[in-house]
Design a protein around this ligand. Structure first.
Ligand SMILES: [Fe+2]
Ligand SMILES: [Fe+2]
Length: 199
């Protein structure tokens, strides 16, 4: 979820804070105090879960998996209360808590068309890619009686072509994110089907 409000910044966090990432329970405390919308919390949990699963599949260490997990988990934390300040507010909060600059940068670049910050690292790019696609596949699962059971790539792609379905999800962003990440759209969709946190 993004509005067009450029951050007008290119540096996020401080280098000396590399390695400093809050615990999962601290992140959940932050979400529970900032976000009343349960669907939004679930969206962030889904994106966080995909990020963690991707980092795990890549064989990254536990710390790196948490870095990826929390980038996803916190990326829309300010959307509920401060949509006009999304994602400036969460960036400033994480900076004030001396959090790892790589996590802050990933959050800052999760909507390049809106925030004016390009995803550069693999973590930045995967957050951008999973964000819209996770929500889209979730919406698709809700209209299938069997939910994720038997869900296929071609079914997801058919819905992507149907402009009336989940119209708020930007097809342009999904295509752009897949291209920037250098991952085939089909592979991304399959990863989301296999690893999405279920409702
Ligand atoms: Fe967002
Ligand atoms: Fe999001």
């Amino acid at each position: 979820m993004n509005l067009t409000h450029p951050l007008n910044r290119s540096e996020f966090g401080r280098i000396e804070d590399i390695g400093n990432v809050m615990s999962l329970s601290q992140a959940m405390d932050l979400l529970n105090s900032w976000v009343k919308n349960e669907k939004l919390i679930f969206h962030m949990q889904q994106v966080g879960h995909l990020m963690k699963a991707f980092a795990a599949e890549k064989g990254y260490d536990e710390f790196t998996q948490r870095l990826w997990h929390l980038s996803g988990l916190l990326h829309d934390a300010d959307w509920d209360q401060w949509p006009d300040d999304h994602c400036r507010k969460i960036i400033e909060e994480l900076e004030s808590r001396n959090q790892d600059p790589r996590m802050i940068k990933a959050i800052a670049s999760h909507g390049p068309r809106y925030f004016g910050v390009d995803p550069e690292t693999e973590m930045d790019k995967m957050l951008y890619a999973f964000d819209e696609l996770s929500g889209f596949v979730h919406a698709y699962s809700l209209m299938r009686p069997e939910r994720y059971e038997g869900m296929e790539i071609k079914g997801v792609k058919k819905r992507l072509k149907d402009k009336g379905f989940a119209a708020q999800v930007s097809r342009e962003d999904i295509a752009d994110a897949s291209q920037r990440a250098g991952v085939q759209l089909e592979d991304l969709i399959q990863f989301v089907i296999d690893n999405q946190l279920r409702a």
